[in-house]
Design a protein around this ligand. Structure first.
Ligand SMILES: C[S@@+](CC[C@H](N)C(=O)[O-])C[C@H]1O[C@@H](n2cnc3c(N)ncnc32)[C@H](O)[C@@H]1O
Length: 258
């Protein structure tokens, strides 16, 4: 790091604030600001955190989830313990099958998956962007494996031409998806955060077999697929149908017979 970089860092408002308030990173304020606005983490939540070192976000998460929550943080680097029984750090690569298997044991279900993971920067923009998107895709697939219905995903991505594909993929499993940049994120940085809320264990556009258990007042069939309440146009009670999920709404999905 050059002298100029060190001087700029010392002048940085959030860097100084983190020092004063004993946060391990200035990034802690990005999570504080995002959570204030989007309520991704709430008291008592189980949270899986990807790319957690040195632990600034984990401090924020622990302060929100409190004694009744549970946090598992993963990083390639080791993370100094925070001193709470309900915060566990794993050293390893969250894209590897070894770590993914361990996570299945440690935190099989959770209400939120968050990732501030950054790839090692090569300086070649297209390469760094593609690596960042690859980390995001891994975070998304971990979210699909671990989240309870209604759960949330927050993930950092370096913007570029693959970002919209990532957004489209998230929209298949979440009812609310948005890209945003918190105030604490430097304006010159190309990072943005993808917020995805309202997770469904069924995917928009995919086909499922369903038993129609009931009929709604509007005359749509009602079936439960992977625990999700699905309204099916034109389906009658007692029928077994093949359906395509057409929309994810707040708390329920819609489908058509195909
Ligand atoms: C910007 S830092 C996270 C800072 C953290 N949010 C905080 O507030 O302290 C990004 C981290 O992602 C980690 N990382 C990148 N790829 C990873 C991977 N495949 N598995 C685990 N950690 C990874 C890096 O080691 C690095 O520590």
């Amino acid at each position: 790091m050059g002298k100029r970089w060190l001087k700029d860092r010392k002048r940085d408002y959030y860097y100084r604030k983190a020092k004063q308030e004993n946060y391990r990173s200035r990034a802690a304020y990005k999570l504080i600001q995002l959570n204030r606005r989007f309520k991704i983490i709430k008291p008592g939540y189980r949270v899986l955190e990807l790319g957690c070192a040195p632990g600034g976000w984990t401090q924020v998460v622990r302060s929100i989830v409190g004694d009744s929550g549970f946090v598992v943080g993963v990083d390639l680097q080791s993370t100094e313990p925070l001193g709470y029984e309900n915060v566990v750090f794993i050293r390893g690569d969250f894209t590897s099958s070894e770590v993914r298997d361990r996570l299945k044991q440690l935190i099989p279900r959770c209400e939120a998956v968050i990732s501030d993971a950054s790839p090692a920067i090569s300086g070649v923009w297209s390469v760094d962007h593609a690596r960042s998107v690859e980390l995001c895709e891994n975070a998304l697939s971990l979210a699909e494996e671990h989240l309870e219905q209604g759960g949330a995903l927050l993930v950092k991505v370096f913007q570029g031409d693959l970002t919209q594909e990532l957004v489209s993929r998230a929209k298949k499993s979440f009812s609310f998806v948005k890209l945003t940049k918190p105030k604490a994120s430097r304006s010159e940085s190309a990072e943005v955060y993808l917020i995805a809320k309202g997770f469904f264990p069924v995917k928009k556009g995919e086909i499922y077999e369903a038993n129609v258990a009931d009929v709604s007042r509007r005359g749509d069939g009602i079936a439960y697929i992977n625990g999700v309440k699905v309204f099916i146009k034109g389906a009658a009670r007692g029928e077994r149908v093949r359906v395509r999920i057409t929309a994810l709404k707040k708390g329920y999905a819609e489908a058509e017979v195909c």
